[in-house]
Design a protein around this ligand. Structure first.
Ligand code: ADP
Ligand code: MG
Length: 279
């Protein structure tokens, strides 16, 4: 398996223009992500999640250390387009990501910037809009769409660039439950197609469905492992001001009541199936 992301001893400091002081948002981070992995990145507000996400897309460059995306050094300006093409990004607020007055122009924006042939752009735009179930809205102005629909358009814009990896920075935080469910379905579909997914989230029920959970705390990696491994550290997680997934709380409570579930049963459907076959 090849590593799509390599973060080596990375520190990132924001400069405060009005003062001498700097804010150390990331402190000596090391992280490697294999192609095809689904990584959930969690941590309290201000722990450095968005900063790390922006480094993985070349929107920021490290103060110290190296970030490689698909083999390209994000600090090298000459290959920045390769970085952006390899690793796309979807942000929290869809309104800040849509730039055109017609949906299909918006989706075409990314591939146009990459210099893709116009005929191929047409095909990519149509197929990306179909992938997010928004093809029928291709000629509409984005401002008439719901938040969830706008976010699907933003995702289509990234899909049309054909990246190997997509970073989602709290993509469902501003959406209603239906909008959130639609986006999560699309993210899981993209993962099944083979895309590497990095999902920044504060929803533990989203994190538990990943291959790997990385917890950031004050700019450092606190825990890194499978959901089962990471969420078994209840004390550390609570100290980092994070909730445990409801599924884990439920298992602990059931154990107290004398019902011990097997270790590999920890996703909600698995728990329900297990409990139903008990009676
Ligand atoms: P998260 O996404 O986990 O909430 P961020 O990466 O946004 O965390 O922020 C990490 C730290 O960097 C915080 O202390 C935050 O206040 C600071 N920070 C973020 N953006 C800026 C900025 N543009 N200028 C100065 N400090 C910033
Ligand atoms: Mg953030």
């Amino acid at each position: 398996m090849s590593k799509i992301i390599k973060v080596e001893n990375v520190t990132f400091e924001y400069q405060k223009y009005d003062e001498e002081a700097t804010v150390k948002a990331l402190d000596t981070i090391n992280l490697e992500i294999e192609e095809g992995q689904f990584v959930a990145l969690i941590g309290r507000n201000g722990s450095g999640k968005s900063t790390l996400s922006k480094l993985l897309n070349g929107l920021l460059v490290p103060t110290e250390g190296k970030v490689y995306v698909n083999g390209y050094d994000v600090s090298n300006e000459e290959t920045l387009l390769n970085v952006r093409q390899s690793c796309g990004m979807v942000f929290q607020n869809p309104d800040n990501q849509l730039v055109s007055s017609i949906v299909e122009d918006d989706v075409a924006f990314g591939p146009e910037n990459l210099g893709v042939d116009p005929k191929e752009i047409r095909e990519r735009v149509d197929s990306a809009l179909k992938a997010v179930n928004m093809y029928d809205y291709r000629l509409k102005p984005p401002h008439l769409l719901s938040g969830g629909q706008k976010q699907r358009i933003a995702v289509a814009g990234v899909i049309a660039m054909k990246p190997k990896c997509i970073i989602f920075d709290e993509p469902t935080a501003m959406l209603d439950p239906k909008g959130r469910k639609d986006i999560m379905r699309i993210i899981h579909d993209l993962h099944e197609e083979g895309k590497t997914i990095i999902l920044v989230t504060h929803f533990m029920d989203e994190a538990i469905l990943s291959d790997r959970v990385v917890i950031l705390d004050r700019g450092k990696i606190l825990l890194d492992g499978t959901p089962k491994e990471v969420f078994s550290n209840a004390e550390i997680i609570k100290e980092a001001s994070l909730e445990l997934p409801m599924e884990i709380e439920l298992k602990t409570r059931l154990k107290k009541e004398g019902i011990e579930l097997p270790e590999d049963v920890f996703r909600s459907e698995e728990i329900i199936d297990y409990l139903c076959q008990l009676k």
